[in-house]
Design a protein around this ligand. Structure first.
Ligand SMILES: [Fe+2]
Length: 206
């Protein structure tokens, strides 16, 4: 995580917003030479200029400092597009409905990219009367374990925390579930769609 806005970020955002150095300078009440200095790393904008700078780029100050502009067209559209962030230091898990600049232990966390489950992370789902029973064929030692399982539908997410020496399994209410996510502390995030007719015999599934 950047500790302060960098010249590279200012230049990128200025170009993305199709502004010249002079245009940005005029908006901030500084000279274009000042902008040039910032962009080439020969100086930093004063802290009082962060807010006008963020305004000029139509982003938040946090995004400006982190160097990570966030693009959420419609966060509330769909829980299936959920993002998960995991802190590598403490294992903290953060669920977000869209992209966010999230930091934990001073680390700017990136949203985890979900992979299809692989041979080392085999995933089984069974349907009982009103539940999905999800089991992952994986060790649960202190060093290497599945730390959470989540079931996402369009408007709901169910998330279950697992612990080392427990079982790599979870139960979810069936209603609306379309996708299962699970996270291995060594190998990352995996996901799998619930397959119509195999895992879910509900006729209402689309
Ligand atoms: Fe693993």
């Amino acid at each position: 995580m950047n500790q302060y806005v960098t010249g590279t970020v200012i230049k990128e955002l200025r170009e993305k917003n199709k502004m010249t150095q002079l245009q940005l300078a005029e908006q901030l009440g500084v000279t274009d030479k000042t902008i040039s200095k910032w962009e080439t790393g020969k100086g930093y904008p004063d802290i009082t200029l962060l807010e006008p700078l963020a305004d000029a780029f139509r982003i938040s100050i946090t995004e400006l400092i982190s160097g990570n502009p966030i693009h959420n067209a419609n966060v509330s559209a769909n829980m299936m597009r959920s993002k998960f962030y995991v802190c590598p230091v403490c294992g903290n898990v953060i669920h977000s409905m869209g992209e966010a600049a999230i930091s934990c232990h001073g680390i700017l966390l990136s949203p985890l990219a979900a992979e299809p489950s692989d041979e080392q992370h085999m995933f089984f789902v069974e349907r009982s009367d009103d539940e999905y029973y999800v089991r992952i064929d994986h060790a649960m030692t202190k060093e290497h374990y599945i730390s959470f399982v989540a079931a996402a539908g369009v408007d709901e997410i169910q998330m279950i925390k697992l612990y080392p020496e427990g079982k790599a399994e979870a139960r979810f209410k069936i209603r609306g579930v379309k996708k299962i996510f699970f996270y291995c502390n060594h190998d990352g995030l995996f996901s799998k769609d619930i397959v119509k007719g195999i895992d879910d015999r509900e006729s209402g599934y689309d």
